[in-house]
Design a protein around this ligand. Sequence first.
Ligand SMILES: Cc1ncc(COP(=O)(O)O)c(C=O)c1O
Length: 447
Amino acid sequence: MTLKTFTRPGPKGQAIIERDSCLMSGSSTPRYPFVMERGSGAKVWDVDGNEYIDFAAGIAVTATGHAHPEVVAAITEQAQKFIHIAGTDYYYETQIALAERLNEISPFENPARVFLTNSGAEAVEGAVKMARWYTERPHVIAFFGAFHGRTMGALSLTASKFVQRDGFFPLIPGIHHVPYNNPYRCQHGREEAACLSHCMCADFIEDVLFKRTVPPESVAAIILEPIQGEGGYIVPDSRFVQQLRSICDEYSILLIADEVQTGIGRTGKWWAMEHHGVTPDIICSAKGLASGMPLGAIIARDDIMSWPIGSHGSTYGGNPVSCAAALATIDLVERGYMQNAIEQGEFIMDALAEMQARHPSMRHGRIAGKGLMIGLELVDDASRHPAKELRNSVERQAIDDGLLILGAGDSTLRFCPPLMIPRDLVQEGLERFERSLTTVEQEAGLL
Ligand SMILES: Cc1ncc(COP(=O)(O)O)c(C=O)c1O
């Protein structure tokens, strides 16, 4: 068998990858051979001088693009004043200003309270701690396919890929996973039409879980991603999410929306829960919040975030430089990038639908998304068997074609560029994507 030769990485990139392989933990997901030198907007360059269009945004993070001048100015201005003081011990204005701003965009009727963290996982962990504290109940319901992070508590909620959990048991007790609505691949084995007419996933919680294993009075929270991210960019039926809200209301359970990937305008609304017409009790945010500076947030109803002094903290959470970046990011998203996400997202959805007939791996696939959170699931044929190897090959080929694109789930490609991406780069990126897909399908003998 002859191994295919790629032109990237170039010699400088190759040398860095070799140094990395001797020293860095090998635990990350298999990495793409792209070694970054610099970025501007939705374009990035590698250390060998090659240019790429960025459809990945550092895993849906760099909302305002790379090195946005307003974000860089906000970071610089804050860093020149002070970089750290520990917001859990002292006060500073950027932190309060950010909490005020998050309040303005929060979906809660009354003023909310905010706890700032360093990451998505830390926001999720804090939210679950808070739910247990507030309700005085031990159990939490999460979903198969969910990704909530990799620290011990967040990992206990994650049920995306077995490798993420294998070898790390026992995880924290009291977590119960149940099926997530996905009509394209109904987890109860039903036809798509049947699932669409009546989803059984929320019924399962009441009819099976509550009757057989977990009394509802012992459940503190249901945590869900309003669109599953790492699990494959799965957009659930809003009726499923609405049913979860009803269950929570009926049994005084808190609904936690993990908006780490979906939030801050990525789906064309501040929060993806808005697409479902559902208000959660607690929101977890991170990723796009500070354009790439490490920052997360727990935003909760005032009465829920009433835990006592000393019960939760974080040395770096709400770092002033990250807060400054977040304030600039939210302004930019509000001033136009959220609207751009809607417009470019619709364009990508239409373009993918138009491509579908030309590509065997897309023909029976799934195209789903909101705003600039779009998934394309590649499958072998009408059986919908995931075309995993082919998807992986497209990701790799795309590097050589000058496009950064990430996978999710078994065989999905995600289109999650910076929210500021202009139309010409969307078009050029889609052309590069189709070139890569064509090459891979030809190599696989499909074309
Ligand atoms: C929905 C969701 N929650 C939580 C996390 C964990 O965030 P972090 O990697 O910042 O800990 C992620 C990361 O991909 C995510 O997509």
